[in-house]
Design a binder for this molecule. Structure first.
Ligand SMILES: NC(=O)c1ccc[n+]([C@@H]2O[C@H](COP(=O)([O-])OP(=O)(O)OC[C@H]3O[C@@H](n4cnc5c(N)ncnc54)[C@H](O)[C@@H]3O)[C@@H](O)[C@H]2O)c1
Length: 368
């Protein structure tokens, strides 16, 4: 199959690109190379005859039409997005433009291409989204997000992703575009950009810096190893039912505090400190505004209809992840200089409008 993958120089997109090429699929990686991108993420496939890269912005419709015309994909896997909740709080504009307008452009470019190709039945537009569109769950473990949970996004990021999901469904219902959707939980693993929780904790621990935990650390997330996610996405694009959405989770619920303590335990084993534990560096910091209490995925549909399950426990996945960061210092050092990395972002909303303006002017939030 020839796949057009958007956002393939990012964290999850690059895992999809690597796995797809290793399984013999041809891949065109379309990416604007924002602050969050790194072409080293796909270095292991860059010389493959199955791989092509095109730098393009999904806000640029003519550029998208040119990529469709040149490469004639059998399916689209749309991952390109602004993805960091804290940056969306400081500067939502890029999230509206890329996640909503960019997805609209992708849908229109795909629809035009599909019509011009006489509407092949096998064509798929796979939209990759998040469980954050469902809002926040109570702590009761029997309550989980299903595909029928009403949307209730609460951050600019999740609202922009919810909007894009609605557009994708509308293009299916209105124009018959053959779409599939997935909503997944928090990913972690190799090549995770060093502004997200797991790499921040690993790298701060190694640097002897405080390990910042928002609020009291009780927020619960369902952790999914990125390579398991990539495997699920390839299954859905090949076998998912038309117009259907699938929740993808790791069946690994942990509070943020538990997750950080697990990471500290693994680091204590793999790279012991001269004295004491990395857990001694844990510090609690002001919470993120509107911080959702709990996300948990009910993965029954993808398990029963497509036979997919995560292959690793969170302990095993975190161990592999920590080892990867220990082995790949050159990769993460190069990214730590990028704008906003290592700074506390997303606190402007707790202050006043003037502070929001100052933050925007600083450029923390532009994502470029
Ligand atoms: N990371 C997670 O835990 C998670 C969980 C659920 C869903 N998702 C979704 O998965 C997708 C990928 O997430 P990620 O964590 O890999 O993100 P990421 O931020 O690591 O990568 C995003 C990629 O998209 C590219 N991009 C951004 N704006 C673009 C534009 N205008 N045009 C073209 N390319 C652009 C970036 O350059 C980058 O390579 C996103 O749609 C996100 O909403 C992520």
């Amino acid at each position: 199959m020839k796949l057009l993958v958007t956002g393939g120089a990012g964290f999850i997109g690059s895992a999809v690109v690597r796995l797809a090429v290793s399984r013999g699929h041809a891949v065109v990686n379309l990416d604007a190379l924002t602050y969050a991108a790194c072409l080293d993420n796909v270095a292991e496939v860059a010389d493959s005859p199955l791989y092509a890269f095109k730098r393009a912005d999904i806000r640029d419709r003519p550029a998208l039409d040119a990529v469709f015309a040149a490469h004639k994909p059998d399916a689209v896997m749309h991952l390109a997005a602004e993805s960091h909740v804290d940056r969306s709080i400081d500067g939502p504009g890029d999230f509206i433009e890329t996640n909503i307008i960019g997805t609209y452009n992708m849908l229109e470019a795909a629809r035009t291409y599909w019509i011009n190709a006489s509407k092949p039945e096998t064509f798929r537009f796979h939209h990759i989204s998040t469980d954050e569109v469902y809002g926040s769950l109570p702590t009761d473990p029997s309550v989980q997000f299903t595909e029928d949970t009403p949307y209730d996004p609460r951050s600019p990021y999740s609202a922009s992703k919810a909007s894009s999901d609605h557009l994708v469904r509308a293009w299916h219902e209105t124009y018959g575009l053959p779409v599939v959707l997935t909503n997944c939980s928090n990913n972690y693993g190799p090549y995770h950009f060093p502004e997200k929780l797991v790499p921040v904790i690993i790298l701060n621990a190694l640097a002897g810096k405080p390990l910042p935990i928002y609020g009291d650390g009780s927020n619960v997330r369902d952790w999914l190893y990125v390579e398991d996610h990539a495997d699920a996405l390839l299954l859905v694009v090949e076998k998912g039912a038309l117009g259907r959405s699938y929740n993808i989770g790791g069946e690994n619920e942990r509070s943020n505090l538990e997750l950080v303590q697990t990471l500290c335990g693994i680091l204590d084993e793999l790279q012991p400190k001269a004295s004491g534990s990395y857990a001694d560096q844990i510090t609690f910091v002001t919470d993120r505004p509107g911080h959702d209490a709990r996300y948990a995925i009910d993965p029954t549909r993808i398990r029963e209809e497509l036979g997919w399950r995560p292959s690793v426990t969170v302990e095993e996945g975190l161990r592999r992840t920590v080892q990867w960061y220990l082995d790949n210092e050159a990769w993460w050092r190069a990214l730590q200089d990028r704008h906003g990395v290592g700074e506390r972002l997303g606190v402007s909303a707790v202050s006043d409008t003037a502070r929001q303006t100052a933050s925007d002017a600083n450029g923390w939030s532009t994502g470029k």
